[in-house]
Write a protein that binds this ligand. Sequence first.
Ligand SMILES: Nc1ncnc2c1ncn2[C@@H]1O[C@H](COP(=O)(O)OP(=O)(O)OP(=O)(O)O)[C@@H](O)[C@H]1O
Length: 377
Amino acid sequence: MNDIAIQVIQMSKNFKRIFDKPNTLKERLIFWNKSKSEVHHVLKNININIQHGETVALIGSNGSGKSTLLKLMSKILYPNQGSIITNGKLTSLLELGAGFHPDFTGRENIYFNAAIFGLSKKQIENRMEDIIAFSELGEFIDNPVRTYSSGMYMRLAFSVAINVDAEILLIDEILAVGDQHFQDKCFSKLVELRDSDKTIVIVSHSLDTVRRLCGRAIWLYNGEVAMDGDPADVIDHYLDKMIEDHDSSQTGPVEKVEGQIHFDEPLMNEIVVDVSEPLMVRGWALCNIANTTLKIYLDGMEIATAMRERRPDVLMTYHDMYGGAAPNAKCGWYCPVKLNNYTGLHSIDAILYNNFDQKIITQDRIQIKIEGNQVIS
Ligand SMILES: Nc1ncnc2c1ncn2[C@@H]1O[C@H](COP(=O)(O)OP(=O)(O)OP(=O)(O)O)[C@@H](O)[C@H]1O
């Protein structure tokens, strides 16, 4: 048996961009030979081999061609040059609602979709209850899908996709529309499929999901494969490049500088073990400029510049500065605070400064009361 599930060979995809497209017949007649178009090279000479059993993420900034590549793999689109060969039964979760008939009920759409996938009526009937149970749609399963919310669509689509015995699963971001409970459930299911012999290709902006789920990440940049390998390395390079691109696109002063600081710890009832042991203060900062510094003050005295911390729960905790480079980037931070006066009320201030002019962008304060060896409020 061929070990390769998906083979992309010297593949390029272009789209035509049309400017000044006439909207009315009059405009068409007047501008009949004047509409301008431009060929947009979305993917250029891509070569990728994905083995059976691999779980691969496609990452990259908006418009880098990730969804287009998935659509090409699922043969919704065709390349202008080169080819894509898939080997195995393939199902895809690409656009919400794609493949569903809006006037059919959820149940009818299950029949419809599973039949297209080659399942017999008996096979579908045998799986029907499992599909409905996984989707948790309950009585809504007998309502027309046009009445569904995007989360409900996604529940139905995911439940069908995992029950049609596909060997290759292509998933585009859509998991993000589910509520937290269903996202967690889908994630666990994907882990289960990953650990069986399924091949999964997923497009996601959730780098945490990529790190936890995938064994390989492919980064698309300017229509080419910029890097292909271990997710942790690829994500680091991708984020560094995003910072670089963001910095070079910042030509003038940032007009409206905003930021937020959050304290997560110290938690109430935290036991302060020893006076000589510093108390760890943790939080995260969010700012729309890159060049910021976060300083920590104890009872009005500057005691430290907070240290960056990698936090799996906070997206993009990667930059050496505080605030982060990309707009709305978040950075986890920590600071060991040595309490001079052990018992009593202390205030800890975190202040985010703009490195250009040292002006304060934002600040926040927590007050902690220590009694005995505990933080009590
Ligand atoms: N059908 C189409 N016709 C014309 N241009 C298209 C079409 N589909 C995609 N594009 C263009 O191709 C480029 C890549 O789009 P694609 O959706 O693949 O990017 P993406 O990496 O998935 O982005 P995002 O992270 O925003 O989802 C974009 O510039 C988009 O405008």
